[in-house]
Design a binder for this molecule. Sequence first.
Ligand code: ZN
Length: 346
Amino acid sequence: MPTTKKRELDLSDFPPGTVTEYTTLVCLACIFDIFTKQLGLAPRTAFSDVKRHAPTIEELTSRQAMRPYFDSDEKNPHCPYCGSAKRWLARFDTYCIEGSKTTDDARRALIKKLPKADDQFLVIEKKSDSRAVFFEWLDTIGRNLDLSDESWLRDATRMYLERRERKTNWDEIFEELRAVRRSSRLTEGWERDSGRLFLAPQLYSEAILIQYLVSRSHAHGGLTLEGRLTLMDLIRRLRYGGYLDQIGITEREPGEVFEKLIDHLAATHEWGHRTGSESDRVPAKKKTAGKKTTKKSAKKSSKARKGKSTPSEPEAALTESVKLHYVVDRRDFLEKVKSVYASYAA
Ligand SMILES: [Zn+2]
């Protein structure tokens, strides 16, 4: 087996925010120990059993790994359970791809290219729903942002826009951006004007909501471009700013409003394949707003749907099923099992 370090999968064909990567380490000393000492298997039997080992998705993606799995950012990690050094530790890389029209082609092409022998890669499908996917996404971006550095507010906004409108090159839009502002002129979409990005009120409200959701566990209330807000502050702002009316939320009770907001945010992205939502008008509008500032933005609107504004549309059916495709890279694991076995058999 080649031991090249060029290991990363090429994910450049996937729109940003559609693939989540997980890395977890497994301690082979712990596994062999269990198989040979506790279960009394001969090393050879243990070897072939371990080699077939296919971890569950939960084991690979859980934020709290359990023995023999663990997470470590260290360069030379040690097993937290038995202290074994690097050569006993194998790495699983797991890629979770959200099933949607925007990822289907890239996913099929990627899976086709993967080596098939020895189950070096596993492809596992799992059903989920837009809400669960949304929370997982929030969790992931929260972990990737440094909330002590104010620039995270802009980064979170970019990630939200990337998620919402996948065809746009947001890296380019956010290049050398100094500020994100609520537009008093635009009714839909966004506009880049020199160093500033202006968002139509609805889009801006959603950016604030995302910021709140990302930061709320870290402090009393959440941090946003509008300062620190409690849930009540936030809802008040969204109500008086017209956002709740716009998306058809008529509830008064904060908890109910919050639930509706979550459903709305989770379901209005492209993977939801929703039509007729007023939020879908945003991409369509970018045609005009974006054209002035970037060449690329005209193209993205070709896929945009014309949405009719239907604020009274029942929000109950917003949680939609989403298919998740997990690709598990077992190459490092297989190699390490082999070398560990060699030392056992010696
Ligand atoms: Zn161990």
